[in-house]
Design a protein around this ligand. Structure first.
Ligand code: PLP
Length: 402
């Protein structure tokens, strides 16, 4: 399995171990507890000396299949799952950080993660140093002062900024930090942070991994000893992935490679196409040669991903006018699904932040996040064209009444 290519791994990894009765698909095991007739066997499983399950908050066969698929795809020693991506992030940080510790990160992490950094960790006397995303020298300076955790997200949500993961992992290692990367936007198809020297990879599985916007989930994978500690924290604190959600994520992941390849292509074409509209102020996509971190992205990613964002002239008013005109896009607070999804950052990724906080993060109020789906590119382009066309003619009519 380890030698198979990504498309094959997406389909086969984690499945076989959980099959029973000749079934070819992993079953959804809803049972909360697992019973034993033999008291010695029960005891052996309970103390971890024998494979098996005891209670659903700890482990479950369907959940285990999902974890194994992610582990294989990320080429990790171990993986453990969570009820949501935020549970994966908060449980990981809860395991690693104690009062008096220090964490270094970037200003552009996902809004929920940013809230942990700015609201919750300081209350627990954890010092947080947030650097401008993409300012590698500033990050290295902060890391060199010492830190227990270096936390990165690349590409970032929503302005798809890129951090040089290998360079930062090296700096983190030099001070003994645990280096973590949120790989939600890239997925293991486009980026393998563990091969760049990182200790732990985190995903909101809700997004590209599941890919169908029908199940919440999170996962952490990487070095075994660390993952075991995080699993222990989660099994006690209880942010467990539901077996039905695990099944949906597992099924979604079978087409991960196919979906991501198509989303990469669609996002690239949409990004290039958006640049041709007068109403578009700026397009943010790491696959564009004029993206400030295009070279780093090229070095560390095998595809530039399905996420882009763009800002429009006229700010929020234009956003309000433009987005409802799109036929092939959900206007929703999600990303990474087979359908194209659009939304302003102020109501999606950074809804938790104030306008001032968003401004400080370089997120204009009129920024639109675009998650490319797997539709035919001709339809996505035609849809954008008709939406821009009708907004533009409306503006022209307003400026030339009668
Ligand atoms: C990059 C990133 N990380 C983490 C999360 C949190 O994931 P969840 O919504 O599954 O808790 C999100 C959600 O949008 C995200 O975009």
């Amino acid at each position: 399995m380890e030698k198979a290519k990504m498309g094959t791994k997406s389909i086969w990894a984690g499945e076989k171990e959980q099959l029973a009765f000749g079934a070819t698909q992993v079953p959804v095991v809803h049972s909360v507890s697992f019973g034993y007739e033999d008291m010695d066997e029960w005891y052996e499983v309970a103390i971890g000396h024998r494979e098996g399950h005891i209670y659903g908050r700890n482990t479950n066969p369907t959940v285990q299949a999902f974890e194994e698929k992610v582990r294989v795809l990320e080429n990790a020693e171990a993986a453990t799952s969570f009820s949501t991506g935020m549970a994966a992030i908060s449980n990981t940080l809860g395991t690693l950080l104690f009062p008096g510790d220090r964490i270094v990160s970037i200003k552009d992490t996902y809004g929920g993660t940013n809230k942990i950094f700015t609201e919750f960790l300081p209350k627990q006397q954890v010092e947080v140093a947030l650097c401008d995303t993409g300012d590698h020298e500033a990050l290295e300076e902060e890391i060199a002062k010492g830190c227990k955790v270096l936390y990165l997200e690349s590409p970032t949500n929503p302005t798809v900024k890129i951090t040089d993961i290998e360079r930062m992992a090296k700096a983190g290692k030099a001070v003994g930090a645990v280096v973590i990367v949120d790989n939600t936007f890239a997925t293991p198809i486009n980026q393998q942070p563990l091969s760049l020297g990182v200790d732990l990879v985190i995903h909101s599985a809700t997004k590209f991994l599941g890919g169908h916007a029908d199940a919440l989930g999170g996962v952490v994978c990487g070095r075994k000893a660390l993952v075991e500690d995080i699993y222990h924290y989660r099994e006690i604190n209880g942010a467990t992935l539901d077996p039905m959600a695990a099944y949906l994520l597992l099924r979604g992941m079978k087409t991960l490679k196919l979906r991501i390849d198509q989303q990469n292509r669609n996002a690239q074409e949409v990004a290039e196409y958006l640049q041709t509209f007068d109403l578009v102020e700026g397009v943010y996509y790491p696959g564009l040669p004029d993206h400030p971190h295009h070279d780093i992205a090229k070095k560390q990613m095998t595809g530039f991903g399905g996420m882009l964002s763009f800002s429009v002239k006229g700010g929020v008013d234009t956003v309000r006018d433009l987005l409802p005109r799109l036929q092939f896009a959900n206007r929703a607070a999600n990303l990474g699904s087979v359908e194209t999804v659009v939304g302003p950052s102020r109501t999606t990724s950074h809804v938790e932040c104030t306008p001032a906080e968003r401004a400080a993060m370089g997120i204009p109020e009129g920024l639109i996040r675009y998650s490319a789906g797997i539709e035919d590119i001709e339809d996505l382009k035609a849809d954008l064209a008709q939406a821009f066309e009708s907004v533009t003619s409306k503006l022209e009519n307003l400026s030339n009444p009668g």
